[in-house]
Write a protein that binds this ligand. Structure first.
Ligand code: AMP
Length: 429
């Protein structure tokens, strides 16, 4: 019986896995530049964490969460997102009492949502994200946006665009919610089933509806901007001002409410253009109440998450992985028994020097070895038989252009260092 992969999951193999590690490494490096530290968290949590933290009004929790009872009868969930997970860890470990605030953490790993699989949408997908918790300062919101933009720029995206909105403070959202209820109530009979549900739980979500006729109605709904307090307006203004000063392209998008319930004040999404289409690669925003709601102190937070598969798709389309190198440094070509006998220890030496190396375990024809070296994407070949062993030399072959020269064994390390280092540098530029 052939067992299939679970629907909505995907395997990342070889170069594809390398691509994901590369994107993670660039985001991690940029987060480190902003003083963030890594946090690694469980994939399974109590389902109630996401009900309370992520929010029962969100589609993610209402419809898409993977929940199950474990053998001890606990209702657990595979994390559908990380923010509630991070907040739980901060509370469980009392990190807010042991460290200067804000706490700054970055994470990456799989998240799970029972969505309808389609291009760029999986049931198990990977996110990179950051959370800064414990300081309610507008500059922190802005810095989080700048960090995301910097990472996208470092990956090679030329024009990441920030879509920006303010969801205001709690008081604002309460008043606005009432305004939305009055506006949508008479229209409800003509709206989709999801909107009926959203109307009951969180009418703000109705602004996000993708059904065209509902979207039309949402466009004419009262605007949150008319309800924003002076303080919230100032926060949004600061974000605009900094983005403008730094020459970062942004648009105010009043329909942007984000899919998760916990956001307030500044929210944002980062999009790139690809062949005329806009792709949302990630987003985030400020959240005021989650830490307290999950049993911690009254601390605000701000964060963002990007979908790694989405970013990889967009990079693929833009040719941004062209320089990603998955080649092997060396393939060893022992010719004859004596050469073969010396090969394992030569490979050991080469690996100890830091060169990725493969070699045959049995005597093998030269033509076969060439094929194997090609499949292994080997950059250089070391060919040696009886003569070379006798002379203390080796044939060093460039497997790209097939140029070959004999060099003394004693010069091997220096020669390889030059060749491979030069190549590494030219890849970086
Ligand atoms: P969210 O946690 O909903 O704010 O999502 C953050 C980012 O994760 C989105 O902008 C997407 O890039 C990505 N994402 C969300 N859901 C999925 C999914 N089902 N499959 C792949 N990527 C996803």
């Amino acid at each position: 019986m052939e067992i299939q992969a679970v629907k909505g999951t995907h395997d990342l193999i070889g170069k594809d896995a390398l691509k994901m590690s590369y994107v993670e490494s660039v985001f991690s490096a940029v987060a480190t530049l902003y003083g963030y530290q890594e946090i690694r968290l469980p994939i399974i949590e109590h389902a109630s964490l996401f009900n309370h933290g992520t929010g029962e009004g969100s589609d993610v929790v209402r419809k898409e969460m993977y929940t199950f009872n474990d053998k001890g009868g606990r209702l657990l969930a595979l994390r559908p997102e990380f923010t509630a997970d991070v907040v739980r860890a901060i509370i469980s470990n009392k990190l807010y009492a042991k460290n200067d605030l804000p706490l700054r953490y970055f994470y990456h790993g799989p998240a799970f949502r029972y969505e309808r699989p389609q291009a760029g949408r999986y049931r198990e997908f990977n996110q990179f994200g950051i959370e800064a918790i414990g300081l309610d300062h507008p500059m922190l919101d802005v810095e989080v946006i700048l960090m995301a933009v910097q990472a996208f720029t470092m990956l090679g995206f030329e024009h990441p665009i920030v879509y920006l909105n303010s969801l205001g403070d709690e008081e604002t959202r309460k008043k606005y919610r009432e305004a939305l209820i009055s506006y949508f109530e008479p229209l409800l009979p003509d709206m989709c089933e999801d909107c009926h549900e959203r109307f009951k739980i969180n009418p703000l979500r109705m602004l996000d509806c993708k059904v065209p006729s509902d979207h039309e109605l949402a466009l004419k709904a009262p605007k949150l901007r008319d309800y924003l307090s002076e303080e919230s307006q100032k926060r949004l203004e600061l974000a605009r001002k900094v983005l403008e000063e730094e020459g970062i392209e942004y648009r105010i998008d009043e329909q942007l409410v984000r899919g998760l319930d916990y956001y307030g004040e500044v929210v944002f999404e980062i999009q790139v253009e690809n062949q005329g289409n806009r792709l949302a690669l990630g987003g985030g925003g400020h959240y005021g109440k989650m830490v307290k709601e999950l049993g911690g102190p009254d601390l605000a937070g701000v964060g963002f998450a990007i979908g790694l598969e989405r970013v990889m798709d967009a990079m693929e389309k833009e040719g941004l992985f062209a320089n990603l190198d998955d080649s092997l440094d060396l393939y060893l070509f022992p010719l004859g028994k004596e050469a073969l006998a010396k090969t394992p220890s030569l490979a050991l030496r080469m690996r100890a020097l830091g060169y990725s190396t493969l070699f045959p375990y049995e005597e093998t024809k030269l033509s076969t070895l060439f094929k194997k070296a090609e499949k292994a994407k080997a950059r250089y070949g070391l060919i040696y038989g009886e003569n070379e062993l006798k002379n203390g030399t080796v044939q060093l072959r460039d497997l790209k252009n097939q140029a070959q020269k004999e060099i003394a064994f004693a010069d091997l390390e220096e020669t390889l260092d030059h060749l491979l280092l030069d190549e590494e540098e030219s890849h970086e530029h």
